[in-house]
Design a protein around this ligand. Structure first.
Ligand code: ADP
Ligand code: MG
Length: 255
């Protein structure tokens, strides 16, 4: 096996008295497409938010490309990471949120060019070219001068995906990207994600309740329950012959 691109090792996350992640262990290989499923409150979003450095951890270690995320090595010791290290690590990942989280006061084009220009220092023309190419990929090239509020939810989410990709991340994180959408708008968003899943080099970690979609695009499924992985396996195993009673009950309820 090659070095995992993402590793969670005995990760503990608490919110006050509540233990949300309870010694969580898993890893993702480069290029792998992994889907997290599980009941509400099982810690799925927290995993993605920790990777984006939107939440800290209380114990354990998270690595991205073998480098500790929340810590950095100094003289053989691990110490809490400074802002520069976090920024460097964050650039490896792009996230798509359930509620889009676009910048409402910026045009679609500017949503895509802002971070590449300010964070990566890309010249304006290059950032614009990149935006154009990505908007074309998600089928929104004619919407570049609109504001997010003028678009449908499905269009906004496709902008969200394009905006994350504009940073050329190695890993794309999706947190229930279609669950805020009207049913008729889900398909276009899933088609964009499906297209990305065909890219060999891109690693994907996806949280979704779209079970048929998960089965189709994932290399591996992690079933979360109570802040740990209750069961994991290929889509064929998890959906076809789950071993744990809790997995069977969850699938019976959602399928
Ligand atoms: P999931 O995405 O699987 O539904 P989450 O990771 O969002 O679960 O949340 C896991 C648990 O952590 C839930 O019980 C939730 O209420 C709690 N939680 C999440 N974020 C916070 C927070 N900022 N403060 C307090 N509790 C939180
Ligand atoms: Mg969630």
């Amino acid at each position: 096996m090659t070095q995992p691109i993402i590793e969670f090792e005995n990760v503990v996350k608490r919110f006050g008295p509540v233990t949300v992640l309870d010694r969580l262990n898993f890893s993702v290989q480069p290029g792998e497409k992994v889907t997290i499923i599980g009941p509400s409150g099982s810690g799925k979003s927290t995993v993605l938010r920790i990777l984006m450095t939107l939440e800290t951890i209380d114990d354990g270690i998270v690595r991205v490309e073998g480098e500790p995320l929340w810590h950095e090595e100094s003289g053989g010791e691990l110490k809490p990471a400074g802002e520069a290290h976090l920024r460097h690590m964050r650039e490896k990942l792009g996230m798509v949120f359930q509620n889009f989280n676009l910048f409402p006061h910026m045009t679609v084009r500017r949503n895509l060019t802002e971070a590449p220009r300010t964070v990566l220092g890309l010249p304006k023309a290059e950032a614009n070219d990149r935006a154009e190419e990505l908007l074309d990929m998600v089928g929104l090239v004619d919407q570049a001068d609109k504001f997010p509020g003028q678009l449908s939810g499905g269009q906004q989410q496709r902008v969200g995906i394009a905006r994350a990709l504009a940073m050329r991340p190695k890993v794309m994180l999706f947190d229930e990207p279609t669950s805020a959408l009207d049913p008729e708008l889900v398909g276009d968003v899933l088609n964009v994600i499906r297209q990305l899943a065909e890219e060999h080099d891109l690693t994907m970690l996806l949280v979704t309740h779209e079970m048929r979609f998960a089965r189709e695009i994932s290399d591996r499924i992690l079933f979360f329950d109570g802040g740990t992985i209750c069961e994991e396996g290929t889509p064929a195993t998890i959906f076809g012959e789950p071993k744990q009673e809790r997995t069977r009950e969850f699938l019976k309820a959602v399928l």
